[in-house]
Design a protein around this ligand. Structure first.
Ligand SMILES: Nc1nc2c(ncn2[C@@H]2O[C@H](COP(=O)(O)OP(=O)(O)OP(=O)(O)O)[C@@H](O)[C@H]2O)c(=O)[nH]1
Ligand SMILES: [Mg+2]
Length: 434
């Protein structure tokens, strides 16, 4: 594990964790001066990226983690995030939330609080929340979660100062977090208490705080995470005493109608209800009409009946503008390069250049480059700005949502639709020109 010195204290790399598209990379770039890919659709960051920043004379190392909705390892991104938080043992984990939909984001917060108590919650996109007339009581949120909460607008760098100082305070122990964990079904809580003592004996001394979370995973039987825990901490869950307790726990759960089919549902629903309660307490919608209008538009754009036709219409218009619109600049460029080529041929002729040199330089290199420019540049110059408008309107994530089911059948996700559209847009325009 790399550690960074902060004068009197040593801080391990600080992960920036959060749902997709909440501004992790934007915050990361603003803090470190790096250029991680940002954009208005989920899933741009696919691997961890590191960068440093100096605050009040202290060096901090941040890690931009791929966006994830949970730490339950349903995808590669979730596994990367989960492994970093579980086994990276960071001094502080920064969880970034989208201020416009805190409720959905709290799931990840509660899951992370099971693993580490050194957490700073950053409520980003406050400017967007303001536009949507949403107010958030950050102080109350902090009290309810039991960890510090800081509000930011990542595009305004100065709003990040408080975030930095809070991170340092948590990492140095100046602020001690006392997270309020979600309470599950009473029988599940009893089962966790039964397993925890055995797990505390089994886990390495510095990891005993993971006993509750590990107990949950054991009952859930999440194989990939359990084998990761065994491998990373060099332990085995085949311990006789632990297995006996696990059998006892399973019997108790079965006696209360909780089994493999509904255990995870019960966990998730407890988290969802807690998130809902917290949001009812801390989120104030100043204009119900505004939020209702957004919901109505969203419902239409993602509905089974209209979602796909609207998407085909939008993309069709963009492809049509790209293909027909690119013809004009393409012809101008091609005429210009043709004229230039003629002049260059005359020049080479006057200089008595050998025919093989004229062939290589003018008929070969110059002509190829000029064809590529006149055919490819205009469609790209039209298509990408149009695609950016769709991105800024927030329509790209809706396309990804609409196509997710179809793409899943091809063993991928709806997010790939956006890359496909980009490739398709440029290639279609290029083919038409050729
Ligand atoms: N208005 C506004 N936009 C923001 C803010 N923070 C980020 N954005 C925009 O939100 C979009 C998503 O930002 P990213 O930084 O790419 O989000 P991310 O969390 O890294 O996304 P993934 O890597 O896909 O998980 C970009 O278009 C950003 O410009 C903010 O505070 N206000
Ligand atoms: Mg990112």
């Amino acid at each position: 594990m790399i550690c960074f010195s902060c004068k009197n204290l040593v801080i391990t790399p600080l992960p920036l964790l959060g749902n997709p598209n909440v501004g992790k990379s934007t915050i990361f770039n603003a803090l470190t001066g790096m250029h991680q890919h940002t954009g208005n659709w989920p899933g741009k960051t696919v691997s961890n990226a590191c960068g440093t920043c100096i605050h009040n004379g202290k060096n901090l190392l941040f890690v931009d983690i791929p966006g994830t909705y949970s730490l339950m390892s349903n995808s590669q991104e979730e596994e990367i995030a989960r492994d970093y938080i579980c086994f990276g043992n960071p001094d502080t984990t920064v969880i970034i939330l989208d201020a416009t939909c805190i409720e959905k984001n709290l799931n990840l917060v509660f899951q992370t609080l099971e693993i580490t108590n050194k957490v700073v919650v950053c409520v980003n996109l406050l400017d967007e929340a303001k536009k949507k007339h949403i107010q958030i009581d950050l102080e109350k949120l902090s009290k309810l979660l039991g960890v510090p909460v800081v509000g930011t607008t990542a595009r305004k760098k100065k709003t990040l100062n408080k975030l930095l100082s809070t991170i340092i305070k948590v990492a140095s122990g100046e602020i001690v977090c006392k997270p309020n964990l979600v309470k599950y079904h009473p029988i599940i809580e009893d089962c966790l208490l039964m397993l925890e003592p055995n797990l505390q004996k089994l886990l390495p001394n510095e990891q005993t705080h993971l006993s509750r979370w590990t107990a949950l995973k054991l009952i859930d039987g999440e194989k990939t995470i359990l084998s990761s825990i065994e491998k990373n901490f060099c332990i085995s869950f085949l311990d006789e005493n632990l297995q006996e307790k696990l059998e006892e726990v399973t019997e108790l759960l079965h006696a209360n109608d909780i089994d493999d089919t509904n255990f995870r549902d019960k966990i998730v629903s407890s988290i969802v209800f807690r998130a809902e309660d917290i949001c009812n307490d801390v989120v104030i919608y100043e204009s119900i009409a505004h939020s209702n209008r957004d919901r109505k538009i969203d419902k239409i754009l993602t509905s089974k009946k209209f979602g796909i036709p609207i998407m085909i219409l939008f993309l069709g218009i963009i492809f049509w503008i790209t293909i027909t619109g690119a013809n004009y600049p393409s012809t101008v460029l091609s005429n210009f390069f043709g004229y230039l080529q003629e002049k260059l041929l005359i020049l080479f002729d006057n200089l008595n250049a050998p025919s093989w040199l004229t062939g290589i330089l003018i008929n070969g290199m110059f002509q190829t480059v000029s064809w590529v420019i006149s055919v490819m540049l205009p469609p790209m110059a039209i298509f990408f700005p149009l695609f950016t408008i769709l991105e800024d309107l927030g329509y790209l994530p809706r396309i990804a949502f609409n196509l997710d089911n179809y793409f899943k059948k091809a063993c991928t996700t709806g997010k790939q639709a956006l890359t496909m559209c980009m490739g398709f847009g440029c290639n279609a325009a290029r083919c038409c020109r050729l």
